[in-house]
Design a protein around this ligand. Structure first.
Ligand SMILES: Cc1ncc(COP(=O)(O)O)c(C=O)c1O
Length: 408
């Protein structure tokens, strides 16, 4: 049906038909909760160990009491965890409150209102308006931020390997008003696709051809998640069980447990970029379905380390409304954002950060996988289970594909 080519009579008929259908649904008196991404109670229970995890000891590893003010960068343990997730060094990461979306909003608000390179550079002064490249389909809340700030959105189609980079490069080159671009590089919401290595490499080099102050908003919301059982890049089905691997979920059938390869250690300044980008945390081995090169290593190789800022959170790992979020980027970007945040807050919820670190001390805290369900490389079977069950439940109802669906 093409409503834009229908005549008035047909449109009126369709209108009445839909009104009647709507009225009949209302008459059923249904009480449905259509909240997107709302975790089930049994799933939340998987992270219940957060409650009481501190056992009355509020001190960080360096002895600071998390109940007080201060520590605006986040506690050191949390910054280290964020660094592992994002493939950065700890001093290139700020650990914040529960929402990465808030950090994204605040970053763009600051760039728009105060400028990334002094007041004169504020995007609000862009004579021809400010534009952002928006891969579509994309995450609607990103688009709401643009709308809120009056940033014009330029849609760019997704290709199955990420955004159409020929289009992106042409748009960035020809228009100084294009100030940035949204990216969900891994299991992109809502298509589920992961950017190819070539796409990441080209995105990392955009800073070379874009106007000054161009920023890629690299929202790695699914940085540490993984899948098994969808036939795409699974670990061998006959992999033997290992300590720390938790059993398949009851709803996952009787498929054998798979094993997830583990990220290596962080070498922030190693020289050989080619080898380096494939051997860092933040990179998920091909067998986890979603291998992603380290974007910062590629930015550095391109001489454009300021052009990508990264975001992630534990929202899809523990509690969506009570986790912690990470911001990461070059030290210049971190310094700039710290200065903005320090006006808004005296510090994040460090108590919550500390209790999360009790549950997720590092990327080696456990070896999670669930056969035939998404798996989480956060290395906590508890956290992994939370994510696995949640995403699987959503995917199954969206047609049985093991893909992350749009969540809130
Ligand atoms: C791509 C993406 N980014 C950000 C978010 C929200 O993250 P947070 O809870 O950290 O604000 C979501 C939630 O579904 C998401 O899908």
């Amino acid at each position: 049906m093409q409503i834009d080519t229908m005549d008035t009579t047909s449109l009126a008929g369709l209108d009445m038909e839909l009104e009647n259908h709507y009225a009949s649904l209302c008459a059923e008196g249904l009480d449905l909760d259509l909240t997107r991404g709302k975790p089930a109670g049994d799933q939340l229970a998987l992270s219940a160990a957060l409650d009481g995890a501190l056992g009355g000891d509020y001190r960080t590893e360096d002895g600071a009491d998390t109940r007080g003010y201060g520590g605006g960068d986040g506690i050191a343990e949390a910054r280290r965890l964020g660094a592992e997730w994002l493939g950065l060094a700890p001093d290139e990461v700020l650990a914040g409150g529960n929402s990465s979306l808030t950090l994204m909003y605040l970053f763009l608000l600051g760039a728009h209102r105060f400028g990334l390179d002094g007041p004169e550079s504020a995007w609000a002064f862009d004579a021809g308006g400010t534009r952002f490249l928006c891969p579509v389909p994309g995450y609607d809340r990103h688009f709401s931020i643009c709308e809120d700030l009056g940033i014009e959105m330029i849609p760019v189609p997704m290709t199955g390997e990420g955004p159409d980079m020929d289009r992106v490069e042409a748009l960035v080159t020809g228009d100084p008003g294009v100030r940035g671009m949204w990216c969900v590089p891994r299991f992109s919401n809502p298509t589920g696709e992961t950017y190819s290595a070539d796409t990441v490499r080209r995105i990392a080099a955009l800073g070379r051809i874009a106007a000054p102050g161009f920023r890629v908003m690299w929202d790695n919301a699914y940085a540490v998640h993984g899948f098994a059982g969808d036939g795409e890049g699974d670990a061998p089905a006959n992999a033997t069980a290992q300590p720390g691997i938790h059993p398949p979920h009851p709803d996952s059938g009787d498929a054998p447990a798979n094993v997830t390869a583990r990220p290596g250690t962080l070498h922030p300044d190693s020289g050989d970029v080619q080898a380096d980008v494939m051997d860092r945390p933040g990179i998920h081995r091909p067998d986890s379905g979603g291998a992603l090169p380290n974007v910062m290593a590629l930015c550095r190789a391109a001489g454009a380390e300021d052009s990508v800022v990264q975001f992630a959170s534990t929202s899809k790992v523990t509690f969506a409304g009570a986790g912690l979020a990470f911001f990461g980027g070059s030290r210049r970007n971190v310094d700039w954002f710290r200065a903005r945040l320090s006006v808004m807050t005296i510090g994040p919820d460090k108590v919550n950060q500390l209790r999360h670190l009790k549950l997720l001390p590092d990327m080696d805290a456990g070896a999670p996988t669930c056969a035939a369900t998404p798996r989480c490389c956060a290395r906590s079977s508890i956290a992994c289970g939370a994510v696995s069950k949640r995403v699987w439940a959503i995917s199954a109802s969206a047609g049985g594909r093991t893909r992350p669906a749009a969540t809130s």
